[in-house]
Write a protein that binds this ligand. Sequence first.
Ligand code: ZN
Length: 236
Amino acid sequence: MAQLIENCPRCGAKSITFDMLSDHLFALNYSWQRVVEAFCVCRSCERSTVFILKQSHTDYERIFDNGLHSYESVVNRYVEIDGYVNIKYLALRKSPEYVPENIEEIFKEAVTCLSLNCFNASATMFRLCLDTATRSLLPSNDIDGLNKKIRRSLGFRLKWLFDTKRLPDSFRELSSCVKDDGNDGAHAGTLASDDSEDLLDFTIALLERLYTEPEKLRLAKERRAERRKEQANQSS
Ligand SMILES: [Zn+2]
């Protein structure tokens, strides 16, 4: 059985020996570099960690031939340790395309919380996403009944945006999760999985409407203009 010397993320022991019980080859970089996930058990705390290990040199191919774990010694010189499998590898919902960077960051935090079943925290972050995105839709003057209260509150603001046709009415029903759930998430801490999923759906729909669709349209128009220009050049 192979051994790996590394710090243990479970008990904190430094440069401790791990026994490698198994490994799984999952990638080949540059047509030579094997990348494996290795199931290892710490000799100090006897708990397991899955390390990500990359072949460190082209010459070491044979070490991987029968499975890295079956090598009868310490494998450190043959591999680069590229961390271990942890929470950051969770499959997360991607932010819609062409969303401004600051909103994308908040969205990422929201879906990370959601994936960890931290529903109230995720609701608060989705609300912040919506808050940031819809603020930019407000005119600078108080027209069409706009006032301070509407400017301040996400719930009132959304209602005003629908009422004044600044957002499509078809989104109104989806948005009902905001007033109740968002407030609950921030103040009462009573949200469940479904509530957060509702907020996720509405946030994605709204961000796509505000950022993804206009940008895709702009890019399509740009390509169209390019084609027309090429045609004109060819025919002249
Ligand atoms: Zn340990």
